[in-house]
Design a protein around this ligand. Structure first.
Ligand SMILES: [Zn+2]
Length: 417
């Protein structure tokens, strides 16, 4: 995609918290020129961000804008009722390009407001919606140039063996310029055949792969080991991403360690989607309702590149979803036993540098020479930002402020006497 280069004036962020210390960030020509104490502001616009936390721009690595904001078109999940896949498949038939565009645009605007500077979105392609979602998201890619980098995954939510058109439509989408191919093995009866087709097609087009994988709780259905084996055998180290991986949580510890080892060996990136897991999983369990979230801490400890992302927004998969990665960090802290002070300090990695690595972003981060995609939070450190769900005061894309947010409070406190 094309990103408009900024012609904004040089900018100095004065006194922000970078790497645990109060520092200035000098920005010129869309890039971070220098980070340090007491930098010269001459010739620069200055933003006073004293003691406010500065993070690199947030990265949504797994999100579905095309099926957002449709919760009011269906009754949602209920005991013994249809799956979210079934409910959404029916709704998709009536999606138009303009309808997808309007709903997805709302997602992108909210994401920018919440600090997202790069997004990799799934676009569903199948006999129900055909390429209408692709057309809408391609328009948004152009319309958000310079504000939000939007990468698109050609995604087979319905599987590929259930109709006669999806495989061709996926190829057509890749030819039209979509940059990642997305599979969903558990939607086809023959998961291995599904996985093989995606590897072969990704190799033919020279694009990376992203699978929705091992979302269930039956270890007999596990595909991650096979995907890792294929990744290694086909030389796609570092070019394969797995979303969900819920099944890791129900494996025996030794088996789990073996699978995690294979994931690391294959350089597979893992993306956890805690809000959706909490809403969808274990609805039929009579006791000990499984929460379905993959072993984020164990994956990280083993050296796997693990991220979190928003996934669904106001649809049957997550009716209360909202594209705010700081919210996902709080959900993760609560739901994945990651709330001690050390863990709260590194949680932002899961929606900044880790997904940036999964997407292969160049010049990303908080260092001289990196693109000035930044978020300034109304908190002095990550623990406070997550705990208080601090406001994102400024969102910068390539050195330009693309969102400003303020909260006001009025407290009427009597004087103690
Ligand atoms: Zn998804």
């Amino acid at each position: 995609m094309t990103t408009r280069t900024t012609d904004a004036a040089p900018l100095l962020l004065r006194g922000g918290m970078v790497g645990g210390r109060r520092q200035d960030v000098a920005i010129r020509d869309g890039r971070i020129e220098r980070i340090g104490g007491g930098l010269d502001a001459a010739g620069s616009q200055t933003l006073d961000v004293t003691d406010r936390l500065i993070l690199p721009g947030f990265v949504e690595s797994h999100i579905h804008p095309d099926k957002a904001y449709i919760a009011d078109r269906t009754r949602g999940l209920s005991a013994g009722g249809p799956t979210p896949q079934t409910l959404v498949a029916e709704l998709k038939k009536s999606f138009t390009v303009d309808d997808v565009y309007a709903r997805a645009r709302r997602v992108l605007e909210a994401a920018v407001r919440h600090g997202c500077t790069t997004m990799r979105a799934h676009v569903e392609i199948d006999e129900f919606v055909e390429l209408r979602g692709v057309e809408a998201l391609r328009r948004l890619q152009a319309d958000f140039a310079g504000v939000l980098d939007l990468e698109l995954i050609a995604f087979a939510q319905e599987g590929i063996f259930g109709d006669a058109v999806t495989k061709d439509l996926l190829r057509e989408a890749l030819k039209s310029g979509l940059t990642t191919l997305g599979g969903c093995p558990y939607m086809d009866a023959d998961q291995r055949a599904h996985i093989d087709w995606f590897f072969e097609t990704a190799q033919a087009f020279g694009v990376p792969l992203d699978f929705h994988a091992d979302s269930g709780d039956d270890p007999a259905q596990l595909t991650t080991e096979y995907i890792a084996e294929q990744t290694i055998a086909r030389g796609m180290h570092g070019r394969v991403t797995l979303g969900h991986l819920c099944m890791l949580d129900v494996l025996e510890p030794q088996h789990r360690a073996r699978v995690i080892g294979r994931v690391r060996e294959a350089g597979i990136h893992v993306i956890s989607l805690p809000a959706t897991e909490l809403h969808v999983k274990a609805r039929a369990d009579a006791r000990r309702t499984w929460r379905g979230i993959t072993r984020i801490g164990e994956l990280r400890d083993a050296g796997v590149n693990v991220s979190i992302s928003t996934n669904n927004i106001v649809n049957p998969f997550t009716p209360y979803g909202h594209p705010d990665l700081l919210r996902q960090a709080l959900i993760t802290a609560m739901a994945a036993h990651l709330g001690n002070l050390e863990q709260l300090a590194w949680l932002p990695e899961l929606f900044t540098i880790n997904p940036a690595r999964a997407l292969g972003l160049a010049n990303y981060g908080l260092a001289a020479g990196c693109r000035a995609d930044l978020v300034v939070l109304d908190a002095h450190d990550a623990a406070q930002a997550i705990t208080e769900q601090a406001e994102k005061l400024y969102v910068l894309k390539a050195g330009r402020v693309v969102a400003k947010n303020r909260r006001t409070n009025e407290l009427a406190l009597g004087r103690p006497d």
